[in-house]
Write a protein that binds this ligand. Structure first.
Ligand SMILES: [Zn+2]
Length: 217
C-alpha cells in the first residue's frame, strides 16, 4: 500500500489525541473504551491495551492487519480488537471506530432499549441507536453482534449491558457520532424523567440525514 510512515504517525497521534478526548468529554473513565482508524485496506491503528490515555504516545499505538496480527508497536492492542476488525471487514467505507462506556447511552444499553430520535441530532446515527444482543466483552461474538446491529447503514449501536460502538468515514466522524449518541441519550433520559418525549417521524429523519450529507460535502 501507499501509506508512508509519516501518515501512520499522524493517524497514531490521532488515536492518542482522541483517546484523551474520551476522558475530557466524559465518554469513558480510566482505561475503558477504545478507538481505531483504518490505515489502508489491510491495516488499522488501534489504542493499546491497559495504558492510561494520558500516557499513550504515537509509537505505543499498535498497527494491526485484518487478521489481528500486530505489525508495528510493542504493546498489545485493545482487547476489543476483534470487534473493531469485524466492523472494518463488514463495512469497507468505515475509516474510524470508537467504543465508549458513556454513562447515559450505556444506561439505555443496560435496559436493552434503543435510543429513539427524540432530538434531531440523533440523525447523525440513523433513525435510532439500535441495541445488540448481549455478548461477553472482548470476544469475536461481540463483534458479530455489533456488525449485525449496525447493518449496512447505522453509524452507532448500543452494546447490550456494556456501552456504545460508533463507526464512520473517519475517526473524527466516529468520535463526533459518539458525542452525539451520548448527548441524545442524556436528553432522552431527562425527557423521560419528567414526561413523554415526542419522537421525530421517519420522513423528518430522512430529511435531516440529507441535510447532514450535504453539509458534510
Ligand atoms: Zn467496553
Amino acid at each position: 500500500m501507499t501509506d508512508t510512515p509519516i501518515q501512520h504517525h499522524e493517524t497514531r497521534s490521532d488515536i492518542c489525541e482522541y483517546g484523551r478526548g474520551l476522558l475530557e468529554d466524559d465518554l469513558t473513565t480510566g482505561t475503558g473504551g477504545n478507538l481505531s482508524a483504518r490505515l489502508d485496506e489491510n491495516h488499522i491503528a488501534i489504542s493499546p491495551s491497559g495504558i492510561p490515555y494520558e500516557e499513550i504516545e504515537p509509537e505505543d499505538v499498535p498497527v494491526v492487519d485484518m487478521d489481528g496480527t500486530v505489525v508495528s508497536g510493542d504493546i498489545d492492542p485493545s482487547t476489543e480488537l476483534p470487534m473493531h476488525l469485524a466492523v472494518y471487514r463488514e463495512r469497507p467505507e468505515v475509516g474510524g471506530v470508537v467504543h465508549t462506556h458513556s454513562p447515559y447511552a450505556t444506561t439505555f444499553a443496560s435496559l436493552g432499549e434503543p435510543i429513539p430520535a427524540s432530538h434531531y441530532l440523533l440523525s447523525f446515527t440513523g433513525s435510532e441507536v439500535p441495541v445488540t444482543e448481549y455478548r461477553t466483552h472482548a470476544t469475536a461474538e461481540l463483534g458479530e453482534a455489533a456488525v449485525d446491529a449496525l447493518g449496512e447503514s447505522y453509524n452507532a449501536t448500543l452494546l447490550r449491558n456494556h456501552g456504545v460502538l460508533t463507526a464512520d468515514d473517519t475517526l473524527d466522524d466516529a468520535y463526533t457520532v459518539a458525542q452525539m449518541v451520548e448527548y441524545c441519550a442524556r436528553i432522552h433520559y431527562q425527557a423521560r424523567a419528567i414526561g413523554e418525549p415526542e419522537i421525530l417521524p421517519d420522513d423528518e429523519i430522512d430529511r435531516l440525514s440529507d441535510k447532514l450529507d450535504s453539509y458534510g460535502q
